[in-house]
Write a protein that binds this ligand. Sequence first.
Ligand code: KG4
Ligand code: ZN
Length: 365
Amino acid sequence: MADEPLVLGIETSCDETGVGIVRGTTLLADAVASSVNDHARFGGVVPEIASRAHLEAMVPTIQRALDTAGVKASDLDGIAVTAGPGLAGALLVGVSAAKAYAWALDKPLYGVNHLASHICVDQLEHGRLPSPTMALLVSGGHSSLLLSEDITSDVRPLGATIDDAAGEAFDKVARVLGLGFPGGPVVDRTAREGDRKAIAFPRGLTGPKDPEYDFSFSGLKTAVARWVEARRRAGEDVPIADVAASFQEAVTDVLTRKAVKACKDNGVDHLMIGGGVAANSRLREMAQQRCDRAGIRLRVPRPGLCTDNGAMVAALGAEMVWRDRAPSSFDLSADSSLPVTDVHVPAVHGDVHGQAYDALGGGGR
Ligand code: KG4
Ligand code: ZN
């Protein structure tokens, strides 16, 4: 196998059709077709619309990625795809496409975990991940603290949200403030004009008896809604920028406080932050300050690599090839609730192509 594996990654867990191509830790192409505008009028992602959009975008996005990378499909060392977690129908489109390309090109197929991919993408920016690495993953569907000894095989959850994900809280607060969807980027922008100390919103699960590494954002979201409602009822103007800044401050305070504590408690001196919310400018700033103070090296990919994309899947796929992990079989299924500990979905038996042939009704080969 090549020293620096050339891998194509497909990501379709939500509303982004992402196709990335990497050589080892070098990003060659990162093509994304988003259906986000098709969902905006519904105020959230509509799974059926997302699946249909993936279907339409898949082949042109793969072609665009190959053209940008300047490589031939036949040169690939493997094809990686998000097997879960995510929207079942959306995942299915990516998994089917990956199988079709891997089968037609006779390449190994790697069904990988979306969350581990969000961590591994940082390799494209800051080189291979040290062991151990602490990861704070914050997206529209997840908020977790994960300890990874080996990104291809060992990801251990230390804590997670017990209700809303951090990104979900951004999206809901944006709706309350009439800022549109998705909420994260617009709250981030609006907050720049506001006073983050204007309103003391609650910091969930930070009491002495609360679980140390779990998160809760539902109470915060409700507190923001109540505060805004009370203002409106009193006929007063709502200081949108101050509310956005104070809300954002509460989220980032809790996330960074718990992440730094997890590093200290576990003797880990590298913190990686990934997922869509890692694009947040205040989160990046506060994390940097707190990590500097604690002597922790912070790794956060550039914002474009934090949100869902195919490059992150390709990055994890390349690491799988590098480390000689077993490919997936061709009866790989999409698993909407794939546990984070299942970093990839290996074949149970050795002969993956033979299995696929059998699964397709080809009989004994
Ligand atoms: O990782 P991602 O692209 O998709 C999921 O796997 O969920 O994350 C999307 C989430 C959305 O909730 C979006 O509002 C949030 O990430 N987000 C942000 C920012 N950019 C995206 N949240 C806060 N600040 C941002 N700049
Ligand atoms: Zn994601």
